[in-house]
Design a protein around this ligand. Structure first.
Ligand SMILES: *[C@@H]1O[C@H](CO)[C@@H](O)[C@H](O)[C@H]1NC(C)=O
Ligand SMILES: *[C@@H]1O[C@H](CO)[C@@H](O)[C@H](O)[C@H]1NC(C)=O
Ligand SMILES: *[C@@H]1O[C@H](CO)[C@@H](O)[C@H](O)[C@H]1NC(C)=O
Ligand SMILES: *[C@@H]1O[C@H](CO)[C@@H](O)[C@H](O)[C@H]1NC(C)=O
Length: 311
């Protein structure tokens, strides 16, 4: 009797433990599942917010002051049903790599510094006139990659004017230096302040800015386009994953990063460069990129706090 009773007790207790364990596992499973679903929804919601904000900001700014769509930098990858507006200094390494690889160009050629990836892509993916492009946007997954305008500017300055990989930029760099320094030095390297002054003056004189620092509003006229997603450099990995999910291009999109020697921490760079500017210079520079800041919900606080206080 004693053994039977305790064995019965043991079994019912065991059953209870197992039930609790199963229920517990189910709850955990549901939480994990919800977590995944929730993560998707969050990225999707972020994207929806970005698109919604762009619409709103476009209305507020009178379409960024644009009347006709700028078609030059849109690339239509018909094979993958993708339409991309390329913003130089904002994820172009990854996208040039992928679109030129899809077109059969070798990795060595694409990653070679001397290659003009934009020209190469253009030969494989012909330019579309405004009417065709607007139709393509309706039928294709259309996207743009953006970045904080001032981080983009720092990146352009470091890579193009300090890096001096190309003879053209070497020349431009010395020209900018000579413009603001009357010291007979023909091979001077411009400071960030010189560069900022140059960017502002070029803009005031209505000279087209170099593609690497031309405002996104001028490159892609985003207010006159239609996008399915807005990717940001600040959340690039997550946004690429979302785009891959939406376009079913799993295994086809490879993120690529250039290994540049200058990889100081961003905060350090911001302080180093923006502390060279007066409040007036900062405001003038902000004006050049004002629309970009507004369309893509960027803030300039991280930069303005370093500006020279005395003047
Ligand atoms: C598109 O796909 C076709 C068929 O696979 C191929 O022949 C062509 O080269 C591709 N075009 C580009 C630009 O990748
Ligand atoms: C540098 O740029 C100036 C002005 O655009 C041009 O006249 C000159 O030929 C260029 N020099 C070189 C070495 O490319
Ligand atoms: C992409 O899809 C996978 C599998 O469905 C999912 O786990 C992941 O959270 C999705 N990511 C994004 C950013 O949508
Ligand atoms: C950058 O460096 C990593 C690791 O060293 C390498 O795998 C990658 O191919 C490099 N990327 C380029 C564009 O050279």
């Amino acid at each position: 009797m004693g053994t039977l009773n305790s064995s019965f007790l043991f079994r019912s207790q065991l059953r209870r433990v197992i039930s609790i364990a199963i229920v517990g596992m189910l709850i955990c499973f549901c939480i994990v599942l919800y977590g995944f679903k929730h993560a998707d929804r969050t990225v999707e919601k972020i994207n929806r917010d970005r698109l919604f904000h762009l619409r709103e900001a476009c209305e507020r700014t009178n379409n960024g002051g644009k009347n006709t769509i700028e078609t030059s930098f849109y690339i239509h990858v018909k094979n993958e049903s993708l339409l991309y507006c390329l913003v130089f200094k904002s994820g172009t390494t990854t996208w040039f790599y992928n679109i030129n690889r899809w077109a059969g160009i070798s990795e060595e050629t694409i990653l070679d510094d001397k290659t003009d990836n934009f020209n190469m892509a253009r030969q494989k993916y012909p330019w579309e006139n405004p009417r065709v492009l607007l139709t393509s946007m309706k039928n294709t997954y259309s996207f743009i990659v953006v970045r904080n305008p001032f981080e983009r500017l720092i990146s352009a300055y470091e890579e193009r004017l300090l890096g001096q990989l190309h003879p053209y930029f070497k020349n431009l760099s010395h020209q900018i230096y000579r413009r603001y320094h009357d010291d007979g030095n023909h091979f001077g390297i411009p400071s960030f302040e010189d560069f900022a002054r140059f960017v502002v003056e070029q803009s005031r004189n209505k000279k087209p800015a170099d593609l690497h620092w031309r405002p996104i509003n001028d490159l892609c006229t985003p207010c006159l386009a239609r996008y399915d997603s807005i990717l940001k450099m600040e959340t690039f990995a997550q946004d690429i994953e979302y785009l891959t999910n939406r376009t079913q291009l799993h295994g086809k999109i490879k993120p690529v990063q250039m290994n540049r020697s200058r990889r100081d921490r961003v905060d350090r760079l911001i302080e180093k460069y923006f502390s060279q500017l007066t409040k007036q210079q900062f405001d003038d520079l902000y004006d050049v990129y004002r629309i970009d800041f507004e369309l893509f919900q960027y803030s300039s606080e991280r930069f303005s706090k370093y500006v020279k206080q005395t003047e």
